[in-house]
Design a protein around this ligand. Structure first.
Ligand code: HEM
Length: 171
């Protein structure tokens, strides 16, 4: 009985932003021939963050300096490609009214900025000694960064698949 009334009350609730004129305007505006640039660019920082962790782990296991150097390059390129992905995402959030008014899009922004700070720290720390930086803090940081990049990517996917942001609805 109590369950029924809760459901009824939920049905009666209205999304406070539903009346906004741009509510339905969620199509991507930053793309090439309608293909969103943000979706294309996020693959690089995601993959390079995992590569940094992999190279650190291989250095830990083998002691081979090659892997520490590989981790330095992977960490640097993860950060730089992360900035590029953030530029396309930021353009999208500012230009598209239906994306700009949704709190979930700003949550993604906050998580992504945290990720960028961590990626930058992971690279910057290694510039002061790429081999000595790996154990233990480089490895710990890149392990943590893989978790944060997974959360960021999952949340970005939720924006597309749950809220249908950045898609070409109806066309
Ligand atoms: C800091 C600025 C960022 C903003 C404002 C932002 C904003 C957005 C928005 C609005 C979407 C919905 C789709 C679209 O409109 O293109 C999205 C999707 C997504 N974002 Fe971000 N993003 C940012 C950074 C990042 C970063 C650094 C990553 C990961 C490294 C990331 C991962 C993703 C993923 C995986 C998707 C789903 C793409 C798809 O499946 O099509 N975002 N983001």
């Amino acid at each position: 009985m109590a369950r029924k009334s809760v459901r009824k009350r939920i049905e009666e609730l209205q999304d406070p932003i539903e009346e906004h004129p741009g509510y339905e305007e969620t199509e991507s505006r930053v793309g090439l021939w309608g293909h969103p640039l943000h979706a294309m660019s996020v693959a690089f920082p995601v993959a390079l963050t995992f590569c940094t962790f992999g190279a650190d782990a291989l250095y830990w296991l083998s002691g081979e300096p090659f892997w520490a150097k590989a981790a330095l390059w992977a960490a640097g390129t993860a950060f730089l490609f992360g900035l590029a992905a953030a530029a396309t995402g930021t353009a999208e959030i500012l230009l598209v009214p239906g994306i700009r008014i949704r709190a979930a899009a700003w949550t993604h922004f906050v998580i992504a900025v945290l990720l960028l700070a961590l990626l930058g720290a992971n690279w910057g720390y290694r510039l002061y000694g790429w081999e000595t930086a790996v154990l233990p803090y480089g490895l710990l940081l890149s392990g943590f960064n893989t978790v944060v990049v997974m959360v960021t990517g999952w949340h970005g996917g939720a924006l597309v698949f749950h809220y249908r942001l950045g898609t070409s609805k109806g066309s």
